[in-house]
Design a binder for this molecule. Structure first.
Ligand code: GRF
Length: 197
């Protein structure tokens, strides 16, 4: 059984979809832990409820960035991490971690990348930009994490129609529904490819 570690900074509804998929047997993996950069978030409550170990760690607590990186790496090693799934994690992943887990970090982004990705495109900003540009279609993308923000190879996308009457929140909710459907499936498929290597 492969070990997944999820990184989240907020509600963690995608984290929940991963938990649900493990529990209903459609995702064959063990969730070894949840890492968050801040305390008091809903994702941590979800972890606690399901007995998943957590670590709250932020580079702001450390005088030296390298000490933070080492600490993070140590925890990932202690959890025997096979795959990292970023699920609404709003901090930059240190380059040393991306290197140590090359091709073993996935991210979900609420747009049809490469559109509306990169600096500044996170959370509701993405959906506002999509509506402002009068797009007729939006969606979400799952990609492998590389050193450049939102730029790694895309594994899967799901689309939704954008309605003329949509508010950013309505569009976000429709996209999020798709995120919950595809993220656990992509993780399952991706883990199987890791098994082959
Ligand atoms: C999702 O829209 C995801 O695509 C983005 O951040 C949001 C996280 O939502 N990266 P949640 O915390 O999983 O509910």
């Amino acid at each position: 059984m492969k070990n997944i570690v999820v990184f989240a900074s907020g509600s963690g509804s995608n984290f929940q979809s991963i938990i649900d998929a493990v529990q209903n047997g459609s995702l064959h993996a063990h969730i070894a832990g949840l890492i968050s950069n801040k305390s008091g978030i809903k994702a941590l409550e979800r972890a606690e409820k399901h007995g998943i170990p957590t670590l709250v760690i932020s580079e702001t607590e450390f005088h030296e960035y390298e000490v933070y990186e080492r600490q993070l790496l140590l925890q990932l090693e202690n959890w025997n991490t096979d795959l990292i799934a970023l699920a609404g994690y709003l901090r930059k992943i240190p380059a040393s971690i991306i290197k140590a887990f090359e091709n073993r970090i996935l991210n979900i982004h609420p747009s049809l990348l490469p559109k509306y990705g990169g600096k500044g495109f996170y959370g509701i900003n993405v959906h506002k930009a999509v509506l402002e540009a009068k797009e007729t279609m939006s969606g979400c993308s799952i990609h492998v994490v590389s050193e450049e923000y939102d730029k790694g190879p895309i594994l899967e996308q799901a689309t939704v129609d954008v309605l003329a009457s949509d508010t950013p929140e309505e569009l976000a909710a429709r996209v999020l529904q798709q995120e919950h459907l595809i993220y656990p499936k992509v993780i399952e498929t991706y883990l199987n490819t890791l098994n082959e290597n």
